[in-house]
Design a protein around this ligand. Structure first.
Ligand code: NAP
Length: 301
């Protein structure tokens, strides 16, 4: 797939907009659909063509990408009456990059195969920064030959790209990622609350501990945002709650106890209950700061 490929793209939010932009910049012919058209306008200005439905975006596309919010959105835009599968010609590859349920990935794969189409589940990690810099980790489930066909396009969006196995394996890998992120986020937030209570400068603390054994993407990127009082997404709290819910459901199904994940899920549910669902995940800092009556000494508390 080195030549210009006809591509469909559904979902032009925080992640999808940047990822789709890389495909356009590489010279591919991209047909775009999003629920809110205005969020696709700048991609249209770059040369993408607007479609009125997922079905229309899939028609004539060799590869159809989807980067929407929730599993219910995936069901609608791929399997729904005007969904991509109803417009996809035989031989098309449908690639769902949304973080979604592993069992839904298996269903999409089976429904696609019945039409002579194939499907990959290909969730990503690396956040809004990774999407902008085309440095995402991309974890893929589905047929290896379909993965190989799409790999040149994945390389335009990411750096660490791996085929993880059968349909659903990409989503299972993403759940491993989210379990780890959950533990990391509570660590980042509690570490910086401790720093703030002692009166230390948060950036000075991150300068040191971010480079040692406690270093992580979260402390060095989201910790910095906390330090400057920036709680904008990034990665929405409401999406993280969705992901932890999927991981806990899967764990229950496998009779796997994950008490740390369950606890962090509860803290983020409290954030939702306080109306903070549209903050970035670093917004958990605000919830625990309130619990501790920590004075807001950062700019946007
Ligand atoms: P977002 O900004 O909400 O983008 C989702 C986009 O999909 C929106 O533009 C939305 O349309 C569109 N959409 C949703 N349902 C649709 C439907 N039924 N039909 C058509 N368009 C629909 O979310 P995001 O941050 O890009 O995240 C997308 C996915 O990636 C989520 O599953 C998230 O968990 C995952 N993810 C996010 C990050 C991150 O750091 N942000 C990192 C890794 C993975 P509207 O414009 O109308 O809302």
């Amino acid at each position: 797939m080195n030549d210009s490929v006809s591509i469909g793209w559904i979902g032009t939010g925080v992640m999808g907009h940047a990822m789709c932009g890389h495909l356009i910049a590489a010279g591919h012919r991209v047909h775009v659909f999003n629920r809110t058209r205005t969020k696709a306008e700048s991609l249209l200005a770059q040369g993408a063509r607007w479609c009125d439905s997922p079905q229309a975006a899939a028609a004539g596309s060799r590869v159809l990408f989807c980067m929407v919010g929730y599993p219910r959105d995936v069901e609608q835009v791929i399997l729904g009456p005007e969904g991509a599968l109803s417009g996809a010609a035989s031989g098309t590859v449908i690639v769902d990059m949304t973080t979604s349920r592993p069992d839904l990935a298996v269903t999409v794969y089976a429904r696609a195969k019945a039409k002579g189409v194939t499907a990959l589940d290909a969730p990503v990690s690396g956040g809004d920064i990774g999407a902008r810099d085309a440095s995402l980790a991309i974890m893929v489930g589905g047929d290896k030959d379909a993965f190989e066909r799409v790999l040149p396009l994945f390389k335009l969006m990411g750096k660490n790209i791996a085929h993880m196995g059968e349909p659903g394996a990409g989503q299972h890998t993403k759940m491993c990622n989210q379990v780890l992120i959950a533990g990391t986020m509570i660590g980042v937030v509690e570490s910086l609350l401790y720093a703030q209570r002692t009166g230390m400068d948060l950036d000075a603390v991150i300068d040191v501990i971010g480079q040692g054994a406690a270093g992580s993407w979260a402390i060095n990127n989201l910790g910095r945002r906390i330090a400057r009082g920036d709680f904008t997404p990034g990665f929405y709290i409401r999406h993280f709650v969705k992901d932890m819910g999927i991981a806990l459901d899967e764990a229950r199904r496998m009779q796997l106890s994950l008490p740390g994940l369950a606890l962090v899920h509860q803290f983020y549910l409290a954030a939702m209950a306080q109306g903070e669902q549209d903050l970035g995940t670093q917004g958990l800092y605000r919830i625990l700061a309130r619990m501790n009556r920590i004075a807001p000494n950062v700019s946007k508390m």
